[in-house]
Design a protein around this ligand. Structure first.
Ligand code: G4P
Length: 528
């Protein structure tokens, strides 16, 4: 047994996801606050203008009010070492979110009690379900008018095809919100106005069988209604089964109010007990146990210019096994070279600090001189492994992007390349054309806006774009020489590694080109 087993065992790494405005940021802040990692939550400060979430650091995010990039935070709570991966809250950024989920062992989904499942949560939930990621649901804003809790859990079960297990049950909502019934303690925890704006006020606890006290605390009518509801719930809901929770088949559901510090402790305590320490990860060939002595990690996110003053580029890695030690040489599998990971750092909100060591389950950011790509493996030189790649979604919207100012050719090329390496866009060139014109492919149109704004703000470059009508991309797998192919209304492009791709405007064109060129083999984007 290695000496750092204990460190790995106490780690919990999860992603937090929600539709914008459901309260993800507020809940994250409260986690940090309860863990002692920050001294006051933004919401406690009161004024909306003062408040910007500690996890939002990009200019665009603040302006748009949406979280575009994912951030990572570490904090301690009750002996656990917790890594939270914040995910972008806009539906056009599902690819980035998807990658973030690949680095997490479980997901916490925040839902607005008045709204229920919204489009973004629907998508993200499906990704979790696809990968059997355990999902914990926090139904937020009970201090506001809310939908019927039975309706809400039924919606979750129907939409996602998994079971739910309410860990607690709300007593009223909005101005009539009286607290929750804790199904583990078989007691109620009362909510009062005193929770508003206060930090960590303990709720009054009362056993469900203590009728007189309950009548005093929540009222006779509410007590009777609650008892009926609990009976219904106990009879009708799924049985609690930790195995199902850990395989993403049963979602524990918590009701509360993040803004009013209600339900956070219950959530954290139960969540931390139910989730697992870092899970094993598959490589091409073997499964890597987090407790292995040898270090291994994969890159799931690359981000340039996080700090404008530094013009830096950071590769974020999830450590899958062993212990990371600063200054040690590791092996970068995709480059086939030993590397020293310089300036290894961890994030606490906007503060970054250089670290000397980190363990399986942790996320570290390392300085990237332009060598890393998403999905790359870094491991101990004496135990070479290669993690299964992170799937890339095929771009579906394409535009020709042409620089306007020939004096800024270098910046144009640098910016486009860096943003492409981050995986935010796919960049191609038409063989034979100069570098002042590139073809950009993205999954969602909003990424074009982000590209334009980042090129302007971070690289000082403006450009012109022309929409292209192509919607499908395929890589040429066979040795066929693209110059000799019979192509009709199809564009031949190359990526920076000179892989050949064809862009098509319809499935019909794909079939047509295959029929006209014997021996031509095409494969999906991202396939090896
Ligand atoms: P997000 O990250 O999921 O997008 O949501 P965020 O936490 O930013 O919360 C969105 C809005 O909902 C915020 O209000 C926040 O204060 C509010 N909110 C979060 N949790 C609760 C809750 O439990 N009850 C109530 N009533 N509101 C909640 P805002 O007006 O946009 O900002 P601010 O004025 O509060 O700063």
């Amino acid at each position: 047994m290695n000496s750092y087993r204990k460190e790995i065992e106490r780690r919990r790494t999860f992603a937090i996801i929600s539709h914008p405005d459901a309260g993800k940021t507020t809940l994250t802040e409260k986690f940090l606050l309860y863990g002692g990692a920050i001294q006051s939550a933004g919401a406690v400060k009161g004024k909306a203008a003062d408040r910007h979430a500690v996890s939002d650091w990009m200019e665009m995010e603040k302006k748009r009010g949406i979280s575009i990039t994912s951030s990572v935070m570490q904090f301690e709570y009750d002996g656990y070492c917790i890594n939270i991966l914040d995910t972008p809250g806009h539906q056009d950024f599902s690819e980035d979110t998807y990658r973030t989920l690949m680095a997490a062992d479980s997901a916490v989904m925040v839902i607005d009690a008045a709204k229920g499942i919204e489009p973004q949560t629907r998508k993200l939930f499906k990704v979790c379900a696809m990968r059997d990621i355990p999902i914990f649901t926090f139904i937020n804003k009970l201090d506001h008018e809310a939908r019927d809790p039975f309706d809400l859990i039924e919606e979750l079960e129907k939409e996602f095809g998994i079971g739910t297990y309410p860990m607690n049950w709300p007593i009223g909502c909005g101005v009539g919100f009286k607290g929750v019934f804790d199904r583990v303690k078989r007691a109620i925890l009362t909510y009062s106005d005193a929770h508003r704006g206060r930090e960590r006020l303990s709720a009054i606890e009362c056993d469900i069988t203590d009728t007189d006290k309950l009548d005093q605390l929540i009222g006779e009518y509410e007590r009777r209604e609650l008892v009926d509801q609990i009976e219904l719930l106990d009879g009708a809901s799924f049985d609690f089964d930790i195995d199902k929770v850990r395989h993403g088949k049963l979602s524990p559901v918590f009701f509360g109010s993040a803004l009013n510090n209600f339900g956070i402790e219950t959530f954290l305590e139960n969540f931390l007990k139910m989730t697992t320490s870092p899970l094993p990860r598959k490589t091409e060939g073997e499964t890597i146990d987090p407790m292995d002595d040898d270090f291994s990690a994969f890159v799931f996110k690359i981000q340039a210019n996080m700090n404008k003053a530094h013009r830096d580029r950071i590769a974020f890695m999830r450590i899958c096994s062993g212990k990371f030690e600063r200054g040690t040489e590791y092996f970068h599998v995709q480059q086939g070279k030993n590397v020293k990971l310089s300036q290894p750092q961890q994030m606490m909100a906007q503060e970054r600090s250089i670290i000397d060591e980190a363990y399986a389950g942790d996320i570290i950011g390392v300085f990237d001189p332009g060598i890393f790509a998403i999905g790359d493996t870094v491991c101990a030189p004496n135990h070479k492994v290669k993690f299964e790649g992170i799937p890339t979604f095929a771009p579906e919207c394409f535009r020709m992007v042409e620089q306007l100012d020939s004096m800024k050719r270098k910046q144009f090329s640098k910016g486009m390349n860096q943003i492409a390496q981050e995986g935010a866009i796919q960049m191609f060139i038409e063989p034979g054309s100069g570098l002042e014109r590139v073809i950009v492919g993205v999954v969602g149109e909003l990424q074009f806006e982000v590209l334009e704004s980042r090129m302007k703000n971070e690289y000082g470059v403006e450009y012109r774009t022309y929409p292209l009508e192509y919607q499908h991309i395929r890589r040429i797998k066979s040795d066929s020489d693209p110059k000799k192919l019979r192509l009709f209304e199809v564009k031949w492009v190359q990526d920076f590694r000179e892989n050949n791709y064809l862009l098509f405007s319809s499935e019909w064109h794909i079939r047509h080109v295959l029929e006209a060129n014997e021996g031509l083999e095409l494969c999906e984007f991202g396939e090896e």
